[in-house]
Design a protein around this ligand. Structure first.
Ligand SMILES: [Zn+2]
Length: 413
């Protein structure tokens, strides 16, 4: 398995990145200038729709840059392995825990970029969601991109080039990923050991979103939540039904977020408490104190406790913000499923002959098609898309109110 195998349906991207990684390898024998002349670049902007594998592509490239073999990206050497297992000393990742990336995160990143690689050839700074910089963070980053440290490589990921400030994107070499086809995703899942029938169903249902397809294939509860979302249009008879359906939609998103974050939140809190030496239950603190010896520079207890309370509060804030982001992401996925359903209904009404998004819901689609005009279906489809946009533009909105007005709009269309 090479590092590129995880990328689905992106052949031209793989050849671009492999060539760049080959050029980058020249830095060891001939220096940074030779690498640059051969086609290596310090700043990269990876773009592509959600699910196209942006993060996967950026990580594969990071691995290839630190790979010790040729062709780069073997997937076997320590360079590749440490990147893929997220333990590479020369890779620093910034991903927004909350709704945006602040200037503090970017300053830390830039300080890191200035230091020499500790093990590999390059110091790699990977920024997920580069569309979520605050203005001051974007300006700080811009300075670093204008005068990059000799061995620093910045990898930025964003949905599209339009989501990144023109000043930033003009400093970057662009790598555009496309949404893989249903066949590409099916074949990838089958290679990963998923039964062919299930692979095709989830590939269709996730509309080219590879991560979502993998999740649906692996998690029966995720499939159950999708079922519940797709049953929603059949439940909207009275106002009370609409409100209940809206509440269910938000509850499912909350459950999704809870499932995704609960373990991580608890582990982080526990680790921080252990590090701070407050109320920890793990063996970590016991073993340090058992070794005896007062630690040099130990602070008076009152300061320690106050500092610890602040740090825990900060962590709680981060976790809350991340939780909210996950709820919104999950709600967005539900709305994509719902939009796909109305698209199928409209295609059925117009006998468009296109492949359905939800072939496993043919019966419900027929029923909905028989009880509405194409104009109504179109209005419903548009209402779902408009709700997605509203939530994306106003992350501070109360999801419940937004989904309630959607449910009512679907009923009254
Ligand atoms: Zn390797």
């Amino acid at each position: 398995m090479t590092v590129w195998d995880a990328l689905v349906g992106q052949d031209s991207v793989v050849s671009t990145l492999t060539a760049a990684a080959r050029a980058a390898a020249l830095v060891t024998t001939q220096g940074p200038l030779a690498a640059a002349r051969a086609g290596m670049t310090h700043s990269w902007l990876f773009t592509g729709p959600a699910g196209s594998g942006l993060a996967v592509a950026a990580r594969a490239f990071a691995a290839a840059l630190l790979c010790e073999n040729s062709p780069p990206g073997c997937g076997q050497c320590p360079g590749c392995h440490t990147v893929l297992s997220d333990t590479a000393a020369d890779l620093r990742t910034v991903r927004p825990e909350g709704l945006s990336i602040g200037v503090r995160d970017v300053r830390a990143l830039i300080r890191d970029a200035a230091s020499a690689p500790s093990a590999g050839r390059w110091r790699i700074l990977l920024i997920d969601d580069a569309d979520r910089f605050t203005d001051s963070a974007a300006n700080a980053l811009l300075k670093a991109l204008e005068e990059p440290a000799e061995r620093a490589v910045f990898l930025l990921c964003a949905p599209s080039v339009d989501d990144v400030l023109p000043t930033i994107r003009s400093r970057c070499r662009s790598v555009a990923l496309r949404l893989p086809s249903v066949d590409d995703v099916t074949a990838a899942l089958v290679r990963e050991g998923v039964d062919e029938g299930l692979a095709r169903m989830v590939a269709q249902a996730s509309q080219g979103h590879v991560g979502q397809a993998r999740r649906l294939a692996a998690d029966p509860q995720a499939r159950a939540r999708r079922e519940a979302v797709l049953r929603l249009p059949s439940r909207l008879n009275r106002v009370g039904d609409c409100l209940a359906a809206a509440a269910d939609l938000v509850d499912a998103a909350n459950a999704d977020a809870q499932a995704a974050n609960a373990d991580r939140d608890e582990a982080e809190t526990e680790a921080l408490k252990t590090a701070l030496g407050v109320g920890a239950t793990s063996a970590g603190t016991r073993s340090t104190s058992a070794r005896g010896g007062a630690r040099a520079g130990a602070k008076p207890k009152s300061i320690q406790v106050r500092g610890a309370a602040g740090a825990l509060k900060e962590l709680e804030r981060t976790q809350k913000s991340r939780g909210r982001r996950t709820v919104l992401d999950s709600l967005d996925r539900a709305l994509v499923d719902l939009a796909g359903l109305y698209r199928d209904v409209l295609a059925h009404q117009l006998r468009a002959g296109v492949a359905p998004v939800h072939p496993d819901h043919a019966e419900a689609i027929e029923r909905l098609a028989a009880t509405a005009t194409p104009e109504q279906t179109l209005r419903r489809w548009e209402a779902v898309l408009a709700t997605r946009q509203t939530l994306a533009d106003n992350p501070g909105l109360v999801p419940q109110l937004t989904t309630e007005s959607l449910a009512l709009a679907l009923r009254d269309a």
